[in-house]
Design a protein around this ligand. Sequence first.
Ligand SMILES: Nc1nc(=O)c2c([nH]1)NC[C@@H]1CN(c3ccc(C(=O)N[C@@H](CCC(=O)O)C(=O)O)cc3)C=[N+]21
Length: 295
Amino acid sequence: MSGGAKLIDGKAIAAEIRTEIKHDVESMKRIVPGLATVLVGERTDSSTYVRMKIKACKECSMNSIHRSLPDTASEEEVLQAVEELNRDESVHGILVQLPLPSHINEERILSSVSIEKDVDGFHVVNIGKLAMKGRTPLFVPCTPRGCVELLKRSGVQIAGKEVVVIGRSNIVGLPVSMLLIHENATVTIAHSRTADLPGVVRRADIVIAAVGRSEMVKGDWVKPGCIIIDVGINSKPDSSKKSGYRLVGDVDFEECRKIASMITPVPGGVGPMTIAMLLRNCVDAAMRKEREVNE
Ligand SMILES: Nc1nc(=O)c2c([nH]1)NC[C@@H]1CN(c3ccc(C(=O)N[C@@H](CCC(=O)O)C(=O)O)cc3)C=[N+]21
């Protein structure tokens, strides 16, 4: 294809979803949806993401409350913060920003979030239901849900397609694979130990790249006309930028855009969708609560 791939504009699609969310929020009579964010420590990337989430809540007429703990906080102190938010009636969703400092047991903290408020979808019960046929988790993890939503809103038919997911993390690779199987795709999960990774990726009608390695997927790895969703966010030194770096994905964008039929950019692809889906999950939780109150 000489014209090059069509861009899947995640920023624009996320803005459209935020408009739908704001509309839902304003149609609610008794409840203002509230998102709680918990940040342990002061990693600059985590602080930035949390700030973006709080700003997005405001844009959608939602409430947000934030709890910051020092990176010296004990596991008990983090648990206590989560449990307070579990009891707080004005909070409908709780997000514990990852990664947590290494002295804290991540699974223990994530499983202490009430299932009804688990807007990240990381609680073992929600993941467990996602992994089973015919069960419905209360929440689907935000980045995976964002990937599927990008495909659907770009008019891509998922059923029957060969999808190759590169990466097997708990937050992206594994859950997005489950979700795509539920959408009737044929899914291959590839990873760092896959033999002949380029050969496997070349089979895909749809590639989901979520390995966390800068520009790893090259133009000659992908089938002409395929659709590429790039979940990676990596910083690459770039002396022409004031910050000294720029963001790149797991896909070599310049090479792959010449071969694919559709591709997401980084930034402006999956990232903004993650936040939109977080708000969607939180408003869904509040709407469920409102229905309960009405019954
Ligand atoms: N409990 C938890 N839930 C998360 O959802 C979660 C997390 N922990 N830890 C870290 C990752 C990362 N993440 C991103 C969200 C938005 C962008 C985003 O909007 N990125 C912009 C660029 C932002 C920039 O310029 O830095 C874009 O891709 O266009 C990126 C990454 C959520 N995460």
